[in-house]
Design a protein around this ligand. Structure first.
Ligand code: URP
Ligand code: ZN
Ligand code: ZN
Length: 469
């Protein structure tokens, strides 16, 4: 630290700053944990402790991954990234905030669930973190506790139209939760697949001896995601609850969202990199390899991908999250060797979101502005973190990524930092790579070195969705 200044001062100079409004040349001055100023390039800021050379690079707000599952119990297994390993991997990929999902078990309350997730995460995270809440048991007590969640900085609640007998909520239960959300200013997040119909199709496949991973995709057709999405939108209309469709994968679902948005509804949606780059062909890989790609909703035919990219451009898809939910191929995924319905659902990806979406910029699918908007700025607004997060502005947290748009890398299990024994993107060559990452003013990634620490990340109590009328 310099003698003249009470707090650490860092200057990131010579780069192109990226904002949701577009790119511009500026130097970024960090003081302590926050951004002090955006300066004319080359302006003299006085004494600084550290200079980071960003010439030829982008300087953007740290990514916000609003959909992760660290250590989540699912189908007899636990997601294998802990908060420690998962947040470290996120940092390597330019993500400086995650929002994870505490999961209510049937017969338990929301407060105790939240306590349990705080205990898992506290002191473990390399980057800042917040929580949503999964509701799997909608009853009077749960509805009451939705209010206390709000007091604890959790104001988004995920419901499932899939997984009957486990996470599933009936339309009546959904209606009740939406009613409460509308009343208290909460946001309903929906896993929109018609689980009752899917279970019939899956049982029929198993009864006829079709047990392999591709059946996971074939028994969860896109029409049943479209149907559930429309139904969720209708229920939200009736209750006047704002609605956020998670992990949207199919053009039928996107059509329903677009129609609702055209009608002026508070309906939002996210998609995930796996739906932009992977497909049903991956689920059909031989020798049980398809199990690596089992997630719900399933990977779709490639023909869905152009409409998802278009949705990102038009803002009908507002956010890109990963739904990071890693299970090892050689362990947890083997639970479903003889029966695809027993394969734990989830694909790892928290490390690669920023790179994969930058690849969309390289391919001409997205502008630089939309890259930053969908991966950082809109998630911050959607989940009540703006302007503390999601923007490079005076007073904002100094969560900053210096990104080299010209670097080349090949994604692989041999080089990634996620605690999982395969890469869903093995061998994929991408242009662009994280160079430096700051989390609240501290350098956590510098080139090929991790300089963070697991107790650095702080819990982020969140405000309400900032995109509502
Ligand atoms: O397959 C998935 N998506 N696993 C994580 C749980 C969920 O539904 O988001
Ligand atoms: Zn889900
Ligand atoms: Zn998920």
């Amino acid at each position: 630290m310099s003698e003249s200044s009470p707090v650490n001062r860092t200057l990131i100079h010579g780069g192109t700053v990226l904002a949701a409004s577009g790119p511009f040349a500026a130097d970024v001055l960090v003081e302590g944990e926050t951004i002090a100023a955006l300066l004319r390039p080359g302006a003299e800021p006085g004494a600084v402790d550290e200079r980071i050379d960003a010439r030829g690079k982008y300087v953007l707000p740290g990514g916000i991954d609003a959909h992760t599952h660290m250590e989540m119990p699912f189908g007899g297994a636990f997601a294998v990234d802990t908060f420690e390993t998962g947040t470290r991997a996120a940092a390597w990929g330019g993500t400086t905030t995650i929002i994870d999902f505490p999961k209510q078990e049937k017969g338990t309350g929301l407060e105790s669930t939240l306590d349990a997730w705080h205990a898992k995460a506290e002191g473990q995270c390399a980057i800042d973190y917040g929580f949503h809440m999964i509701l799997s048991d909608v009853n009077d007590g749960t509805l009451k506790e939705m209010r206390t969640c709000l007091d604890r900085g959790v104001n988004s609640f995920k419901l499932f139209m899939a997984y009957p007998g486990a996470l599933y909520s009936t339309d009546g239960e959904i209606l009740r939760a939406m009613d409460t959300a509308a009343e208290i200013g909460g946001l309903i997040m929906m896993h929109a697949e018609n689980g009752i119909a899917i279970d019939e199709l899956a049982a029929k496949a198993l009864a006829s001896g079709r047990t392999e991973p591709v059946q996971h995709g074939l028994t969860r057709p896109p029409e049943l995601e479209g149907e559930a999405t429309s139904r969720a939108i209708r229920l939200a209309e009736v209750t006047r609850a704002p609605l956020y469709i998670v992990h949207l994968s199919a053009h039928q679902a996107l059509e329903a969202v677009s129609e609702a948005r055209d009608a002026g509804r508070d309906v939002f949606a996210e998609t995930c990199p796996q739906y932009l780059y992977l497909s049903l062909d991956d689920l059909a890989r031989p020798d049980f390899e398809g199990a690596k790609y089992v997630a719900s909703p399933p990977l779709r035919e490639k023909s869905h991908q152009p409409s998802l990219w278009k949705g990102l451009r038009t803002n009908d898809l507002s956010v890109v999250s990963t739904d990071h939910c890693p299970f090892c191929f050689n362990e947890e995924k083997q639970l479903g060797r003889e029966d695809f319905t027993k394969i734990p659902n989830g694909i790892p990806g928290v490390e690669h979101r920023m790179d994969l979406l930058h690849q969309g910029v390289v391919a001409g699918e997205l502008s630089l502005a939309r890259w930053v908007d969908t991966c950082a700025t809109t998630p911050a607004r959607m989940f009540g973190l703006y302007p503390r997060k999601g923007v490079l502005a005076p007073g904002s947290d100094a969560d900053i990524v210096v990104y080299d748009p010209a670097a080349e890398q090949v994604l692989s299990v041999n080089t990634h930092h996620m605690n999982v024994d395969y890469s869903a993107y093995e061998g994929m060559r991408v242009t662009g790579k994280v160079d430096t990452v700051l989390s609240r003013g501290s350098v956590v990634i510098s080139g090929d070195e991790f300089r963070g620490r697991k107790s650095h990340g702080k819990y982020l109590p969140r405000d309400s969705c900032q995109l509502l009328r």
